[in-house]
Design a protein around this ligand. Structure first.
Ligand SMILES: NC(=O)c1ccc[n+]([C@@H]2O[C@H](COP(=O)([O-])OP(=O)(O)OC[C@H]3O[C@@H](n4cnc5c(N)ncnc54)[C@H](O)[C@@H]3O)[C@@H](O)[C@H]2O)c1
Length: 252
């Protein structure tokens, strides 16, 4: 589905990003696996190469515009063009009532989850424009549609990703870049393992699990398969969509 397409995945060092990078590579994409951990980026690239795919690791902090520029330049050097991107890097901020959240925490969660996506979209769109366009998928969350207790900063950042996606999608005729968002429900990743380890979140876990009407939480590949399709030419009429990959969580 993605033969020879050159695709960046941010946050590719673990969880949804790593699994999606592997799904995209299996579909024929040449992948830049970016992470702010150089070691984790290399691990992912090595896993893809060992499975017969094509991948290059790159270390970038998406909160730093210069890192994002370097990531895109690196992709052009490696593969000559940029066709697609999955802007996935993100952090969580739970166990914070709005009155308990300090400015540094707000800046951090908005900086990675929203400003990071803006930096990536800006420079990816510029690069894609040089070769006739492309497709971008941003990773929001079901918390981009609805709230969850004690996580208003995270929830705000994920609502923002949907707004950014829809706004940029309106410019597709000018940019030649389709922009969509995926909205995962609860996915089995290190981020969730970290949350479940906190007593406050553990109490919510069974309630959240029960809202996934397919009867299970998601696996990282569940998101990867949706991203693969959105980045492929089969989705060429899909633009500005916010697609739930949530086992029915948001259907209730
Ligand atoms: N796991 C879930 O249930 C779930 C649900 C909805 C949305 N999401 C979103 O999916 C994305 C991936 O999360 P995950 O669950 O795979 O967690 P994860 O912690 O395994 O992955 C997050 C990745 O982002 C990277 N990252 C963090 N800060 C960064 C920065 N400043 N620059 C570059 N990379 C950075 C981390 O190194 C890590 O590889 C996040 O945006 C998260 O909000 C996750």
């Amino acid at each position: 589905m993605l033969a020879d397409k050159s695709i960046i995945v941010t946050g590719a060092g673990s969880g949804i990003g790593r699994a999606t990078a592997m799904v995209l590579a299996r579909a024929g994409a040449k992948v830049v696996a970016a992470s702010h951990s150089a070691a984790h980026a290399r691990e992912t690239a090595d896993m893809i190469t060992a499975a017969g795919g094509v991948a290059k690791p790159f270390s970038a902090d998406v909160m730093r515009e210069s890192d994002v520029v370097a990531m895109v330049d690196f992709t052009l050097e490696c593969f000559g063009r940029l066709d697609g991107a999955f802007n996935n890097a993100g952090i969580t901020l739970h166990d914070r009532l709005v009155q308990d959240m300090d400015e540094a925490e707000w800046d951090q969660v908005m900086g990675v989850n929203l400003k990071g996506v803006y930096f990536c979209m800006k420079h990816e769109t510029l690069a894609m424009g040089k070769t006739g366009g492309g497709a971008i998928v941003n990773n929001s969350s079901v918390n981009g549609l609805v709230g969850v207790p004690s996580a208003s900063g995270y929830v705000a950042s994920k609502h923002g990703v949907i707004g950014l996606t829809r706004g940029a999608a309106c410019d597709a005729a000018a940019t030649r870049v389709r922009v969509n968002a995926v909205l995962p429900g609860m996915i089995r990743t290190p981020m969730i393992a970290e949350l479940v380890a906190t007593p406050e979140f553990k109490a919510q876990y069974d309630v959240i699990l029960a809202r996934h009407s397919v009867g299970r939480i998601g696996e990282p590949e569940d998101v990867g398969y949706a991203v693969k399709w959105l980045l492929s030419d089969e989705a060429s009429f899909i633009n500005g969509a916010a697609i739930c990959v949530d086992g029915g969580y948001s259907a209730r």
